[in-house]
Design a protein around this ligand. Structure first.
Ligand code: IMP
Ligand code: MG
Length: 336
């Protein structure tokens, strides 16, 4: 693998961060670069006994040997960014493209305001929608305009394309999920940009011919935060009975839980140009699968679910996550 994109196949929070971390430890990328909207995305990371809700630094930061980039298309909230690089101790290996758009306090106010997106569609209130609006209106400040970000400035496409040309491994990390894409999602209950693999490539200035693999991450039981259609949604009682209860990293809102959505899996795999899929939360299909690291040791029920899902996705399922820890994964990429 030289250049791999990781994206979410459902409504976000599929466990992309864990897949990125696993691939990074296996494949040793020199760069992990983030695409997607901005600090509306959250990823919960546990370091020692502290839990962080990471919103700006790529979730691949847990792999210590890669440089971490924020791609050109990603919105940066400088307050969140500076706090994270300091807290996570990644200040000397994290870089931002000079042309990233900047979220100001005013964008957050506008996002949260009573007539605005937080009320209307249940946005995260992180200022992303209003900032993208200002970018389209050509009145947004860019990262290069901020003295406090000077030490982080870099030309992300130049660095990434150089690394790819030298045959190094790079990972482009998507955020959000397919179902909240501005183009392909459940409009108007969507985020302020496309979220598919092509967008993640564009966010980083890497052309389509340079992408080797697109890994689409699906959750055995998809979740959705915020408003909007969710055709396979279960009742709160049903999900509680199954022991599933999740909360958003950014907003701490309770996530809505649903059943596997075959139609959405197929459509999202098609538009993402999926070359291989990852399925997370297989231990929720069958508790006996918790922590299993070999395909042969999965239960019959889990194998049947995976075979059917593979048919629907139309691509090999090469990564199966069986629990929250990094080691709780089945990696079958070699067998493809
Ligand atoms: P916004 O992106 O903050 O404008 O929010 C628009 C919609 O996308 C809301 O329903 C949010 O809950 C959802 N959303 C945005 N980012 C994420 C994410 O990273 N994971 C899950 N949902 C998200
Ligand atoms: Mg998240």
């Amino acid at each position: 693998m030289s250049c791999t994109i990781i994206v979410g196949g459902f409504f976000g929070d599929e466990g992309k961060g864990k897949i990125v971390a696993h691939l990074a430890h296996q494949d040793n990328p020199t760069i992990i670069s983030r695409g997607g909207v901005g600090p509306n995305a959250g990823h919960t990371v546990i370091v020692g006994d502290k839990s962080y809700g990471v919103r700006m630094v790529p979730s691949g930061f847990v792999y210590p040997d890669a440089r971490l980039f924020i791609g050109t298309g990603v919105l940066v909230d400088p307050r969140v960014f500076l706090r994270e690089v300091n807290e996570l101790g990644v200040r000397n290996r994290t870089f931002i493209d000079r042309r990233c758009g900047i979220i100001d306090e005013d964008h957050i106010r506008r996002d949260k305001g009573s007539e605005h997106l937080a009320k209307k569609i249940g946005s995260t209130g992180s200022g992303c929608g209003p900032a993208n609006e200002d970018r389209v209106m050509r009145k947004l400040r860019l990262a290069r305009d901020l003295p406090e970000l000077k030490e982080f400035m870099i030309d992300v496409p130049e660095e990434l394309n150089g690394a790819i040309a030298r045959g190094e491994t790079v990972i482009l990390e998507g955020t959000q999920g397919f179902g909240i894409s501005l183009y392909y999602g459940t409009y108007p209950f969507v985020t302020s940009k496309d979220t598919s693999a092509s967008q993640i490539a564009a966010d980083n200035g890497v052309g389509p011919t340079k992408i080797d693999e697109v890994v689409v991450v699906f959750k055995a039981y998809p979740t959705r935060v915020g408003e909007g259609p969710f055709s396979t949604e279960m009742t709160m009682d049903e999900s509680e009975e199954m022991g599933i209860e999740e909360y958003g990293t950014v907003t701490h809102r309770r996530r809505r839980i649903g059943e596997w959505d075959a139609g959405m899996a197929r459509y999202s795999s098609m538009i993402n140009g999926c070359t291989q899929a990852a399925i997370t939360g297989i231990d929720r299909i069958d508790k006996d699968c918790f922590g299993v690291t070999e395909y042969g040791k999965l239960s019959k029920k889990a194998k049947e679910f995976l075979e059917q899902a593979e048919d629907e996705i139309g691509c090999p399922v090469t990564l199966i996550s069986t629990g929250p820890e990094l080691s709780q994964i089945i990696d079958m990429r070699d067998l493809r």
